[in-house]
Design a protein around this ligand. Structure first.
Ligand code: UD1
Ligand code: CA
Length: 458
């Protein structure tokens, strides 16, 4: 007998409570759409097929999800969770044998652990097993009705429940593992004779019981695994849970965080030994931090590689850049668009570096803009130096060779080159290349006008 596993992910709903033009399953946490997490969990189970049921804004959802190895089916109108599953049935392979299972996941329940899903699948030998959880606030959930022996006999939707049933705290998470053959047999006999005129997937339970099948159940290790996202409050709650779990995982691998509750990774973070991260930092894309790297408070790093012993001080924003070892950045520095900072250099406060190679041991300590430039080694860039790289239409490069000194408050009009060991006098507006080893300056000589009087008011 061939064992098969099919997974169906329900994601057709619009998510009215999000009050958004974006379909619910594309709303994100930790920088990725919630549906991606569900698909990732599904893939971790190595199933034979994954079918995603789409409805509201189906084309948009499809185009936003990396969809290799996925089947998509369209549920034209959202007539209920059982109807959604029905739409996916044709995609499920028709090996009719008792050992083929189907797992039904919800696109808006993104944190379920793969271990929990495995134990749910292991528990569906009798035919069907459901994921349940004890909830402090069962409002809105289907309630699990058990008989005097503790066997599950029915799920009653919140809207249909009487007072006694509403008091039940064991709730239906929505996730079901079921033998494929039984699913195919039972799904067709679900009707919509209820309050909402919807086809309820939860009716499977009653049908199973009527067929003499004992309904299995499994509960998650952590109650947050089964939280759903229906509104922005639940979305924010899941964001914080996810970030905290991620932070604990990183700390267990040696990362020092001054506050794991004020730490956000929206991508992937790799780090060496003795890395310290202060409060309020955000990491996006792919970030790699070498040994002994120190990140000060409230920094934003996106697609950045930082080598050992480099320090990033408070409030620095760095994207698409590489810093070698022993570099000092910030506070309040901005680096972007392919900047490469070589070792032992310094980019100080209120300095912006864009698309620039910055050499070893060079410094731009205060208030500068260095764009589209090649800076050699041992270069000193004084306070307030600006590379004028843009003529309103095109961008040009500035080249500053080794050991050059650029006096404070200078403007370098690109394309331009400052030769090796050249000195540029403070306040120079440099329009032509400056020769190596010489002092170049371009400014009006200071004079004092004798007997000059300030004008007086008439
Ligand atoms: C459902 C369960 C309820 C459970 C709760 C847990 C039913 C009848 N009720 O209720 O017992 O406690 O989830 O969160 O199943 N969807 C479709 N097509 C549809 C309807 C829904 O694809 O026609 C999708 C939605 O996009 C969503 C999921 O199914 O991902 C759940 O639908 P939703 O309307 O949120 O169900 P609940 O009312 O929350
Ligand atoms: Ca829901």
């Amino acid at each position: 007998m061939i064992f098969m596993l099919n997974i169906i992910i329900l994601a057709a709903g619009s998510g009215k409570r999000m009050q958004s033009k974006i379909p619910k399953v594309l709303h994100t946490f930790a920088g990725r759409p919630m549906l991606e997490y569900v698909i990732e969990s599904a893939k971790n189970l190595n199933p034979d097929s994954i079918t995603v049921v789409l409805g509201h804004e189906a084309d948009l959802v499809k185009s936003c999800i990396k969809n290799n190895d996925l089947n998509f089916v369209l549920q034209e109108s959202q007539l209920g969770t059982a109807h959604a599953v029905m739409c996916a049935i044709p995609m499920i392979s028709s090996f009719d044998n008792d050992d083929s299972n189907t797992l039904i996941l919800y696109g808006d329940v993104p944190l379920v652990n793969v271990r929990t899903l495995r134990s749910l699948l292991d528990s569906c030998h009798a035919g069907i097993s459901i994921l349940t959880s004890i909830s402090d606030n069962p409002y809105g959930y289907g309630r699990i009705i058990r008989n005097e022996f503790g066997d599950i006999v029915q799920i009653v939707e919140h809207k249909e429940a009487n007072c006694e049933q509403l008091a039940i705290t064991e709730v239906n998470v929505g996730i079901v593992a079921i033998q494929t053959e039984k699913l195919k047999k039972w799904i067709g006999i679900i009707f919509n004779n209820n309050e909402q005129r919807e086809y309820y997937l939860t009716d499977l339970v009653k049908i199973a019981v009527d067929d003499g099948v004992i309904v299995g159940s499994v509960s998650p290790n952590d109650s947050w695994e089964v939280l759903g996202i229906n509104d922005h409050i639940q979305q924010a709650n899941i964001e914080r849970i996810y970030q905290y779990e991620q932070a604990k995982n990183y700390m267990s691998k040696g990362l020092t965080l001054s506050d794991p509750r004020r730490f956000d990774v929206r991508g992937s973070l790799k780090f060496g030994r003795d890395v310290f991260i202060d409060v309020g930092c955000i990491f996006e894309g792919v970030v790699e931090l070498g040994n002994d790297v120190h990140i000060g408070p409230y920094c934003v790093l996106r697609d950045v590689t930082i080598e050992k012993n480099t320090r990033i001080e408070a409030y620095s924003h760095i994207s698409n850049s590489i810093m070698e070892s022993n570099v000092a950045i910030g506070p309040f520095a901005k680096l972007c668009k392919g900047s490469y900072i070589k070792s032992n250099s310094k980019i100080g406060n209120f300095v912006e570096i864009k698309n620039t190679n910055f050499g070893n041991n060079s410094k731009a300590s205060h208030l500068s803009y260095i764009g589209d430039s090649n800076i050699g080694s041992n270069v000193n860039i004084g306070a307030g130096v600006v590379t004028c790289n843009y003529d309103g239409v095109n961008k040009f490069r500035t080249i500053i060779e080794d050991n050059a000194f650029i006096g404070s408050g200078s403007q370098l009009i690109a394309p331009i080159k400052v030769g090796e060991s050249a000195t540029i006098g403070a306040g120079t507006t440099l329009t032509d290349d400056a020769p190596a080893d010489q002092l170049t300056l371009a400014r009006v000589r200071q004079k004092t006008v004798v007997n000059w009087k300030r004008p007086k008011k008439n």
